[in-house]
Design a protein around this ligand. Structure first.
Ligand code: SF4
Length: 260
């Protein structure tokens, strides 16, 4: 069972596989995961209701103070982050003040480390919300999840707790006009007694067709790296296979990043 949870609003900086030196921002409760997906590979463990005990979300002013103070400290120590990343214990766009917090973080980034990028790691479920979309369009790395082009696979891999239809999701991803990065986690194994694999030719072909429509600036291709809540029956996809998948994406004229 994965229990990799953050207990503070600001964490790190950490050396991220995909982002470099990353200062993290957790807009969800400390030590509790809140997400409208419940991915079988989530390193934070299984999702909990925001209403259950300990579901306090940090206020916008608290996030501002915590980020300002940490960036000031890093400035004094000459510790430059490559990226300021909204990630943490679940889905950051669920925070009701997400847009305002993004505006604040851009102001603070410009003040302390103007060369650092701002990244959001999101599961894509809230991108039809105008305030969320508006905020995502302001950040440097708008990293949105698409693990499969098939509804059934998304249902098994991501276990959405909201209604998700992949055709609608693809239409909404297209509306970013290329100002987005797609993140796709590949895995195989057994989940709930069923064989699963989002690297089959059928899966890859449908996913490539979706990427052709979405036209992202980049695709992050990776597999899980920490314990998963679903236990040991899930298997990582070897990095060489991930590279083969990346080659197919690059043939579409889309750059890739692979991390195994
Ligand atoms: S979307 Fe992210 S935070 Fe939510 S369950 Fe999936 S991996 Fe975990």
């Amino acid at each position: 069972m994965g229990t990799f949870l953050f207990d503070k609003i600001i964490f790190g900086p950490v050396k991220s596989r995909r982002l470099g030196v990353s200062l993290g921002i957790n807009l969800l409760p400390g030590r509790k995961k809140v997400c409208n997906f419940n991915c079988i590979y989530c390193e934070c463990g299984w999702s909990q209701s925001i209403d259950s005990e300990g579901g306090y979300l940090p206020q916008r002013s608290e996030v501002y103070e915590a980020l300002a103070s940490r960036l000031q400290e890093m400035k004094v120590k000459d510790q430059k982050p490559d990226v300021i990343t909204f990630a943490g214990n679940g889905e950051p766009t669920l925070h009701p003040d997400f847009r305002g917090i993004i505006d604040d973080s851009i102001i603070l980034r410009n003040k302390f480390f103007p060369d650092a990028k701002i990244a959001v790691l999101s599961n894509s479920t809230n991108i039809s919300n105008p305030a969320v979309k508006d905020a995502l369009l302001k950040v440097d790395m708008n990293i949105l999840k698409l693990d499969s082009a098939f509804d059934l696979t998304v249902k098994i891999h991501n276990q959405p707790r909201v209604n998700v239809r992949v055709d609608e999701l693809i239409e909404n991803l297209k509306k970013f006009d290329g100002k987005l990065i797609i993140q796709t986690l590949f895995l195989r194994g057994i989940s709930n007694g069923k064989q699963i694999d989002n690297t089959t030719p059928e899966e890859i072909n449908a996913w490539l067709a979706a990427l052709e429509k979405i036209k992202p600036e980049e695709v992050m291709i990776y597999t899980f790296s920490r314990d998963t809540p679903d236990g040991s029956l899930l298997k990582k996809v070897p990095v060489e296979e991930l590279r083969q998948i990346a080659l197919k994406v690059e043939r579409l004229g889309i750059r890739t990043q692979v991390s195994g």
